[in-house]
Write a protein that binds this ligand. Structure first.
Ligand code: MEV
Length: 442
């Protein structure tokens, strides 16, 4: 191991000190890298402090494009959707689908439920039947002792909904679980849920210590851990688009609306039956979902983890979206678990997340679920439309052309020439490089 690449007390160094150590240890041009990293510091010190406090050992900021997709008509209301994403063509695809469906009734949504979950895992070596027998009383105590923590959430219309005792001893000796359900209103609720769960753990121990019927059993109980579950199969929003098949319009190479609808439905069917395709198909959905989740300061890791578990809930990983062609109607829909918030967490602390929510006219969590799911469905629609008509690369590489031109440091005149040339040609890094080389020689 090369010792000069390790350090103790790194977190205690100043920000400049951290960067200095990093650039001198890991980079060949320390001064250049140092000034590059520092060039991304926010010009306003207060703002920079806010960003630094989101994480630890921060040395700079990592910029990502912040775009918008206008013309999203969701439940007859028009939105301009903020999206943070680094991949070419995602915002364009969302915008194209939004515009397409705007003239065909828009996106229709329904929030099916908003239940969040959390678990306390514990070992109980005592009498199983005694635990089950007293559980209703234990539950009452857990709820009561949590009341000071839930009071303000209850005032907002939320709180603890229920607590179940789950017996896992058929899979692991002495292992039990408290499975608690919560309503967290407009917050994602992670802190609220985890605080309640840790209190449940404490209250459970208190109960065994203070009730005569468990005298002598106090040592038989041990809390393993208390944490929310990011799998929220009952925090679900449904979104769909539909129109008469003949209203789907015209497609490239003379493809009819009817043939398009059949190929589209078949593409969805493939994702329903094949996990390899389903993974890519759902990734396309999350291109849209994550970009709004990030733009609004929500936790995209939680949202993705949940979605993929949900996609496997019936025993095989499958498509999250579905399509039907019945009675001359094209219908395309998505049921998505989405535990998001519009208050708390980063939503009001991150300066741009706050603006994103303002752009959406400060939705509550219910409305944000609808907007995010619509963006996911829009993304999926655009991807499948390209895949079953022109193929994805044509549009994708056209969008990527600008990145390649930037990388090859094309001048404004060269850019215009390249964009014109590649209207009819296949875009690739080498093709663009060759084109520029020829142009520069001529
Ligand atoms: C690329 O980021 C996403 C797609 O692969 C999705 C899909 O294939 O459906 C285009």
């Amino acid at each position: 191991m090369s010792d000069h690449k390790t350090i103790s007390g790194f977190s205690k160094l100043s920000k400049r000190g951290k960067i200095k150590w990093i650039v001198k240890t890991f980079f060949k041009e320390p001064d250049t890298v140092m000034s590059e990293l520092m060039s991304y510091w926010h010009s306003n010190e207060e703002q920079q402090k806010i960003l630094d406090n989101f994480s630890e050992n921060t040395i700079s900021n990592f910029p990502m494009p912040f775009g918008v997709a206008p013309n999203f008509v969701i439940d007859d209301y028009a939105y301009c959707v903020p999206m943070v994403i680094e991949e070419s063509s995602v915002v364009a695809a969302a915008s194209a689908a939004a515009k397409f469906w705007m003239t065909r009734g828009g996106f229709k949504t329904e929030v099916l439920s908003t239940k969040k979950l959390g678990q306390v895992h514990f070992l109980w070596k005592g009498d199983k039947f005694k635990l089950h027998y007293h559980f209703e009383d234990i539950k009452k105590k857990l709820m009561e002792e949590c009341f000071p923590l839930t009071e303000s959430m209850v005032k907002r219309g939320g709180g603890i909904m229920d607590i179940d005792l789950i017996d896992l001893t058929d899979r692991e000796d002495n292992l039990y679980q408290l499975m608690a359900s919560f309503e967290t209103c407009d917050s994602m609720g992670a802190n609220f849920i985890n605080t309640c769960l840790e209190q449940f753990g404490q209250s459970l121990i208190n109960y065994f210590n203070s009730h005569d019927q468990f005298k002598g059993d106090e040592k038989e109980v041990e809390i393993i851990m208390s944490i929310l579950s990011n799998f929220t199969p009952e925090c679900i929003v449904r979104v769909y688009v539909e129109c008469p098949i003949e209203d789907l319009g015209k497609f490239p190479n003379g493809m009819t609306a009817a043939r398009f609808a059949e190929k589209f439905a078949m593409a969805v069917r493939v994702a329903e039956i094949d996990p390899f395709r389903a993974t890519t198909h759902n990734k396309g959905i999350y291109n849209g979902v994550d970009s709004v989740v990030i733009a609004t300061g929500n936790d995209f890791r939680a949202i993705e983890a949940c979605g993929h578990t949900y996609a496997s809930k019936d025993g095989q990983y499958t498509s999250l979206s579905h399509c039907s062609l019945e009675n001359g109607m094209f219908k395309f829909w998505l049921d998505l678990p989405l535990a998001v918030g519009t208050v708390g967490g980063l939503t009001s602390l991150h300066p741009i997340a706050k603006r994103s929510l303002e752009l959406l006219e400060n939705p509550n969590a219910d409305k944000l679920m609808r907007i995010i799911a619509s963006t996911g469905l829009a993304q999926n629609f655009s991807a499948l439309r390209s895949l079953v008509t022109t193929g994805i690369q044509k549009g994708h590489m056209k969008m990527h052309l600008q990145n390649i031109l930037n990388q090859l440091k094309a001048s404004a005149i060269e850019e215009i020439a390249a964009i014109e040339h590649f209207e009819e040609e296949v875009v690739s890094f080498s093709a663009v490089r060759e084109f520029l080389e020829k142009l520069r020689l001529s």
